[in-house]
Design a protein around this ligand. Sequence first.
Ligand code: SAH
Length: 430
Amino acid sequence: MTVLIDLNSPARRPAAPQPDAVVAAPQPEAVAAPARRSLAGLSRDGLREALAEIGVPDRELRMRAAQLFNWIYVRGAVSFDEMTTISKVLRAALAEHYTIDRPEVISEQISVDGTRKWLMRMPPAGPHDKGAEIECVYIPEADRGTLCVSSQVGCTLTCTFCHTGTQRLVRNLTDAEIVGQVMVARDRLGDWSVPGPNKVSKAVQHDDDAAPAGRLVTNIVLMGMGEPLYNFDNVKAAVDTMSDGDGIGLGKRRITLSTAGVAPMIEKAGAEIGAMLAISLHATTNETRDGLVPLNKKYKIDEVLEACRNYPGLSNARRITFEYVMLKGVNDSPAHARELVRLLKGIPAKINLIPFNPWPGTKYECSDWDTIEAFSEIVFRAGYASPVRTPRGRDIFAACGQLKSETEKLRARARLMLENGGDPAAEAAS
Ligand code: SAH
């Protein structure tokens, strides 16, 4: 069963129409409203600049930014009022010019398996931006909680098995919008520090490896919508903010960047971002991969793997994850498995087999379970960890490659409801 909580219900937002009706009938006043800028998600530098803009003297900038950073990222402050270590005068100035608003949550869906998916709308970036919508997924497991965040609105790569690829790119997300997704998740999960006058952080980790005790979001994967290496600077800034030990404090070994294989950026990503790396490989020949990941026409398998061999910090303790989606009759034979092992020789690697998650209109099917097991066995016997990724949140369309579809479906329904004067029977008949 899926629980869909409509956060725009009249009780919460009296003046707002249904969320999908907003799309069908845009509200011009929402676009024109002069907005105070939110500081939520900003980097230390961003906070310093915001403080300088309202006249905080240079000599205080560092200290004031550190205070804000702590209130925002350790304690999850939602208003300047609660920032009791900051003078009342400065708090009033901050409130006059800024907010700490998060991206707006339009809906929250909770899967039977505990997976949660949020549809979020970013504040308009300009007069013609209606507010980009993205999805973010939380996957709880026994020993960790992984948050899958988006780096772009939509994606340009058009991988043929991925539903996100059917949506046209709207824009890159800013670093604050990427970090904002983590803030929303922690808000909704109650994952901030213990409340009270002497707020204490819930075991923020400075150590890359240790499990953040008592925390619900323990890992972040840049595996939502978008290609992170096509939004390099913002992803780098976001990873810096998320991993800062004085804030959210998730070490870089707990943050994984997944790329379809932008070969020339891979080494740079290792050197400058320093997160764990995942490569969406999915095929063992250029011919097959060209058909699945069109980016392969630009950066061939050999080139991508060469970049992986040069990934800074690569070792048996810091392996690269190769993602391999199991597509029936396309890439799933024992011969493919053996070829995969041959290709990866010498690279400290884990191979993550992903059962294909179908979406409406796709031409692909998921491999049979026996086929997946046989494939996994060959890879495992060659000495690689080869876990099969359990599909999570399929009932709420939150699984890999399914993002956005449910939203579009909902929208189409809302439009029909409007066109039919809200008559559900007419909707059902159409
Ligand atoms: N552009 C990056 C980040 C997106 S990650 C990348 O390609 O790595 C999304 C992951 O989900 C990728 O490994 C992608 O190949 C996988 N995926 C996409 N569609 C899928 C589907 N329908 N079923 C299973 N996995 C899918």
